[in-house]
Ligand binder design. Structure first.
Ligand code: OSB
Ligand code: MG
Length: 373
């Protein structure tokens, strides 16, 4: 395959409601979409999941834009690759970091390859599932009562997992209120986005008594070592998100016992090849994985749904339907979830299985750049 040009676009999309995590709040997403084009005119779509601020990982949309233009695109444009699996090694060679920028182009190349072959992206990646279990990620709410209502509504809507964002001061009381209101069997988990240190082990121990499926990334974004200490002191499984930036970090987690579950976000690990490698490593070690989300538009969601169709994605992903985030998504059809909390994998359509609403994207575009060799 040979990519001849890449179109970068920034669109702005208002979230239906603000999304608050321990390290910041988002009200409007600045979404970085890109299109790669082959010599024979086939196109592949990608989405760079870097946020507005560097409060999740070190990348932002503005940094990633420069990284794609200056460092990623020059290694890919006009070059012959036997297939999309060859992009990741080419992008890793003497190029540190910028995983989300690398992933955006690499994933678009997989989409292009799937379209070229006339197969679904899910099948191209080795996916076997035809539908995916969906969980919701609830931002930090004003009060425990507000959180209880949101959680109850989510379970009634069919969601198979409710992830509660927490931070010190808005944690044990909030999660306990939900547990008491919704009962011992409600599938609940918490995500701290690095808001704790080992000095806070008291609150984490209190959460440990609330029957959670897992506690996601309580300690620092780049920590593996201290999570191992914490995991030894908790009976609840720790799930790592931010810390797993590569296959090697996943191996570290397993070797050190820093967690028992991994949230795979393809953007965070540099794309689909690395995601598949982490998935396979986890199979070999009996570690369940699930697909995380970054408040993606329908394009990034399509990539996540395809990835989540791989066999070891055994837990519900943060893959809410379009209507949870946006008044109107940028893909046709929009992503929908049935009453039992399943989202269908478009296995019978080529590529990512949804079409981009180009008129709408053009209307929403605030920045655009064409890259060619
Ligand atoms: O930690 O999983 C996270 C959103 C932005 C940054 C980090 C996270 C999240 C989410 C959103 O939890 C999940 C979704 O896209 O629905
Ligand atoms: Mg997380």
């Amino acid at each position: 395959m040979r990519i001849e040009s890449i179109t970068l676009r920034e669109i702005r999309l208002a979230l239906k409601e603000p999304f608050q995590i321990s390290s910041g709040t988002v009200t409007h997403r600045r979404i970085f979409l890109l299109q790669v084009r082959s010599a024979d005119g086939v196109e592949g779509w990608g989405e760079c999941v870097a946020g507005e601020q560097p409060n999740y990982g070190p990348e932002t949309i503005d940094l990633a834009w420069v990284a794609v233009r200056e460092y990623v695109a020059p290694r890919v444009l006009g070059r012959d690759f036997a297939g999309p699996e060859e992009l990741h090694p080419a992008l890793e060679e003497n190029f540190r970091g910028s995983n989300m920028a690398k992933a955006a182009v690499e994933m678009a190349a997989w989409e292009l390859a799937a379209r070229t072959e006339g197969v679904s992206l899910a099948r191209k990646l080795g996916g076997t599932r035809e539908r995916i279990q969906v969980g919701i990620s609830l931002g930090i709410q004003k009060s425990p009562e507000a959180l209880v209502e949101k959680s109850r509504a989510a379970l009634e809507r069919g969601y198979k997992k409710v992830k509660i964002k927490i931070k010190p001061g808005q944690d044990v009381e909030y999660v306990r209120a939900v547990r008491e209101a919704l009962g011992p069997d409600a599938p609940l988990m918490a995500d701290a986005n690095n808001a704790y240190t080992l000095d806070d082990v008291g609150s984490l121990k209190d959460l440990d008594g609330l029957g959670l499926m897992m506690i996601e990334q309580p300690l620092a974004w780049d920590d593996i070592l201290r999570h191992a200490d914490l995991q030894r002191r908790l009976k609840t499984a720790i799930c790592l998100d931010e810390s797993i930036t590569s296959l090697d970090r996943a191996q570290d987690m397993i070797d050190l016992g820093s967690g028992r579950i991994i949230n795979i976000k393809p953007g965070r690990v540099g794309g689909f090849r690395a995601s598949k490698a982490i998935h396979d490593l986890c199979v070999a070690h009996g570690i369940p994985v699930w697909c995380g989300g970054m408040l993606e538009s329908g394009v990034g969601r399509a990539h996540n749904v395809a990835l989540a169709s791989l066999p070891n994605f055994t837990m519900p992903g943060d893959l809410s339907p379009s209507e949870r985030y946006w008044e109107k998504d940028v893909v046709i059809p929009e992503w929908t979830m049935d009453r039992e909390g399943w989202i269908d994998v478009p296995v019978d359509k080529p590529g990512m299985g949804v079409e981009v609403d180009l008129n709408r994207v053009d209307d929403l575009t605030v920045r655009r750049e064409e890259l060619a060799k």
